[in-house]
Design a binder for this molecule. Structure first.
Ligand code: PEP
Ligand code: MG
Length: 325
């Protein structure tokens, strides 16, 4: 699949209306990094750090993590990598941590909640990331932020780690960006100040959709029951985009939907200018965006909404068909 799109690999995802969408890839293991060149992605929009914890049978040491993150940054060769701190709990359980028997792990003690309650591992990870950057730019984001105070506390941990490194005389990152994943609906209505204080936001569409529709993303019976192109969800995304826009905060979308061409196209038409997806999706998504007019699609979407459709999918499908797709 990567070869098929090789001819557009170095071209931008510029739509017919002139809008350019920045396409990034999701990664989590060293083995994913070579795809950065092959796919034509502009960077790693989501680096799931828990994968490297999950493939081990004991807790990695700080020096080991730092060497690993340095290799990730080396392989990215100056392209941006947004490191997401550990998102364990839920479906991702570490064999070397005490198991928690929870009735609803997806809504349980996971991600930043673990990081804030037991900050040892979070601190180690932040320090490893700062050391790995070794004077290069660093982007870090915290998963599953449900309210601003969680972000503030996590960011304070990051600032403390920076201060510690400074006192030790270690080189600090050239630039630092600290962001939050928006994957719980509550965060979309956080006070304005929150949207101003994050350096960037990344919508975790998989979790956000699961909590928006109250439909377990792991449950085969319900996981495809609600459409991402449902007008209710689209209005919700509109709201998130408007809030980020008024604060001047960059916002990307990094769930699985960003890698589905029709969904990606609609996300771009709504206003997302950065999408992060599995590497094999970058080519197909870019190909489609380059052949579509996002402004026209936006009016197709708006007309479908105005007509009272439940989902804009039929209207978008019809439009794409009329365009020869
Ligand atoms: C998401 O929730 O959309 C996301 C990108 O994170 P994960 O799939 O790792 O939960
Ligand atoms: Mg998530």
């Amino acid at each position: 699949a990567l070869e098929r799109y090789a001819s557009i690999r170095d071209l931008k995802a510029e739509a017919l209306c002139g809008t350019t969408v920045s396409l990034h890839m999701n990664a989590g293991l060293m083995a994913d990094l070579p795809s950065l060149k092959g796919s034509g992605a502009e960077g790693v929009g989501l680096f799931r750090t828990e994968l490297q914890f999950l493939i081990r049978n004991k807790m990695p040491k700080r020096a080991e993590l730092s060497a690993l993150y340095a290799r990730v940054m080396d392989s990215a060769d100056g392209k941006r990598v947004a490191f997401r701190t550990l998102d364990i709990g839920s479906d991702k359980v570490l064999s070397y941590m005490k198991p928690n028997d929870e009735p609803n792990p997806a809504m349980g003690w996971r991600a930043i909640r673990v990081g804030l309650d037991k900050p040892g591992v979070l601190r180690m990870q932040l320090q490893a990331l700062i050391r790995a950057a070794n004077g290069r730019p660093l982007s870090v984001m915290f998963p599953f932020i449900a309210q601003p105070s969680e972000f503030r506390t996590a960011r304070a941990e990051f600032d403390k780690a920076m201060e510690r490194e400074r006192i030790l005389g270690h080189p600090l990152p050239e630039t630092v960006e600290v962001g939050a994943m928006l994957e719980t609906p509550s965060l979309a209505w956080a006070p304005d100040s929150f949207f101003h204080e994050v350096d960037f936001l990344s919508v975790g569409g998989n979790d956000l959709k699961q909590f928006y529709f109250a439909a377990d993303r792991e449950n085969e019976r319900v996981r495809r029951r609600y459409d991402t192109l449902d007008v209710s969800f689209m209005s919700f995304l509109d709201h998130i985009l408007a809030r980020a826009r008024s604060a001047g905060t960059p916002v990307s979308f990094c769930g699985e939907d960003a890698g589905r061409p029709m969904e990606a196209l609609c996300l771009a038409a709504l206003g997302f200018r950065t999408l992060s997806m599995r590497p094999a999706s970058v080519g197909p998504v870019k190909h489609l965006i380059r052949h579509c007019n996002l402004e026209t699609l936006r009016s197709v979407i708006d007309e479908s909404r105005a007509a009272g459709d439940e989902s804009v999918r039929p209207a978008v499908t019809k439009w794409l068909t009329s365009q020869g797709w």
